[in-house]
Design a binder for this molecule. Structure first.
Ligand SMILES: [Zn+2]
Length: 132
């Protein structure tokens, strides 16, 4: 289970719409399964099918997260035209087993879907998002 404030969900959806038709990506910072802050990141792939975060930007954000006494507890990205489910590539690139992978689907643009997953050793399991 992951706890996310309503306005942070809105921010992720807004960011995803802004990057459309490309994928958007970002980092969720928080503690003990509760998201406190989101960091929209640059998708250096500038692609509609993939995302990759700029390592320098990521390092900067990780430093800020640490200075706030928080941790990276999730990574979000958007699927502009497909379902909110990890792609084969998403699974291959899921390096972190202790973070939530959140996917925003804009397949139905007027009704964005958001789901969260854990990906461990290639195994996908969905977790519940608790909107607070
Ligand atoms: Zn994906």
């Amino acid at each position: 289970m992951i706890y996310i404030k309503k306005d942070l969900i809105a921010q992720m959806i807004e960011h995803s719409k802004k990057e459309f038709p490309n994928e958007a990506c970002g980092i969720l910072a928080g503690k003990e399964g509760k998201v406190e802050k989101i960091y929209p990141m640059t998708n250096t792939d500038r692609s509609a099918q993939t995302f990759f975060m700029d390592p320098r930007e990521q390092l900067k954000v990780m430093k800020e997260i640490r200075s706030l006494g928080l941790e990276m507890i999730g990574i979000y990205h958007s699927h502009p035209v497909s379902l909110a489910y990890p792609s084969t590539r998403d699974v291959e690139l899921a390096y972190y087993s202790h973070v939530s992978y959140i996917i925003v689907s804009l397949k139905d643009k007027d009704n964005p879907k958001i789901r969260s997953f854990r990906i461990e050793e290639g195994k996908i399991s969905e977790e519940e998002i608790k909107i607070v």
